[in-house]
Design a protein around this ligand. Sequence first.
Ligand code: NAP
Length: 485
Amino acid sequence: MSPTDATSTLPTGAPTGLLIDGTWTTAARQLRVEDPATLATLAEVGDAEVADGLAAVDAAYAAFDPWAHRPARERAEVLRRAFEIMTDEIEDCARLIVLENGKAWADAIGEARYAAEFFRWFAEEAVRVAGGFREAPAGDKMIITDHTPIGVAYLITPWNFPAAMATRKLAPALAAGCTAVLKPAAQTPLTALWVGEVLRRAGAPNGTVNIVTTSDPGSVSEAILADERVRTLSFTGSTPVGKVLLEQTAKRVLVSSMELGGNAPFLVLEGADVDAAVEGAMLAKMRNGGAACTAANRFYVHASLVGDFTARFREALASLKVGPGIDRGNDLGAMVSTHERDKILELLGQAEDDGGRPDAISATPDGGAFVAPHLVHDVTHGSTLTRTEVFGPVAPIVTFEDTDDAVRMANDTEFGLMAYVYGPDKGTGIAVARRMDAGMVGIDRGLLSDAAAPFGGMKESGLGREGGFHGIHEFLETRYLGVSL
Ligand code: NAP
């Protein structure tokens, strides 16, 4: 048995059923989960139908009142235990992420740790939800504000961070006193099911966390969102699907939190430290194989630095070992599917038609959904590559002469999730960052995600913020009490 075979099995006891009312149930149909590094079948999980989705809502609704009235300290303790279990078993989580998503081992461990942090952070937040108390300006009453859990939350997550996107929603929902139905992406359901089992073992009461995996997200979600017992939707995924869901939630005036697509610019200004910029570019572009909503999607490099930056970036990319993520020596794993791989290869073809010069840095192994790291030289701002979320290890380079022009090109997109700025000094970096139409900007940093920081986008990248002090408020209503004086 090769070292790869030895680790390519699922962790013992990894659940594959639907989690409804605290019980793992077997669905009538099954959904195939593939290992994108080998294209072999990894597992079969429950394929929920509408009735299963509604059974999950029944359970979440029944569990809501008792959970909402549990002392915040007790809710916090469940989350804290979930953090501890997840931390103790972090390699099981990483293994599931690698096997079903394809990413490199180091990225998977990084994601698993980041995911666990949401349990710790929101365990701490659960007991710190502050209201307000003040006299009205007219002097006639006291204005008291308090917060109350919104109710049953429907949570939909994508395949690119199967653990972290689940915990970034489940942890604040549970901390706030909400109960949840989670629908993970069909390509990566196993990690979310494992997270559900962690919460169950941590003492989350039956019905507080329900997980339905399905090959029919449209019908199942539409039925769940039409159910009047569901009070909020938190979605992470693409902007087109987000828009479809917003139409559905508008019908019921549901609170909707949307973490959508990105098209992050990465600016290297005149006088920037090229080594630091390359280090940041490697993180911002290559973490998760480029399949991150926060990934640097287009590089704008000052004409005086473009030769040096490109040469050093190329050298760094050439040092990456491409291969199955389960082999810990590999730095760049597989894309999530051959479909996703082919989309990226098609974009590279389009880039060439648009006058760019794709430069494949290394070869890819046979068999799986692999894409080699690519630079694309001589890219024109406005071409397809600068307008489309690539979601892969492809770095288009655009040259600029003038900072104002770079800022204009960076903001010339319907997206506004993330931007990166490397300048000659912190002051310039901060000044330019403040001109970015983006919810998050990295200044001399290629990695920003932090459970303690507000994560979210402007423009078509979304509505609301997750994590930080904001995250719990996505699951709370504000109630104003007026008391006569
Ligand atoms: P996606 O196609 O929009 O899918 C996201 C989720 O929505 C999946 O669970 C999917 O289920 C489900 N879905 C698809 N159609 C649906 C429908 N009609 N009704 C209800 N649910 C539906 O996105 P993706 O390809 O998985 O993920 C990549 C996208 O997510 C990128 O655009 C990326 O930028 C974005 N993203 C954003 C953030 C952020 O925080 N802003 C973070 C990560 C990713 P199936 O899997 O069954 O199709």
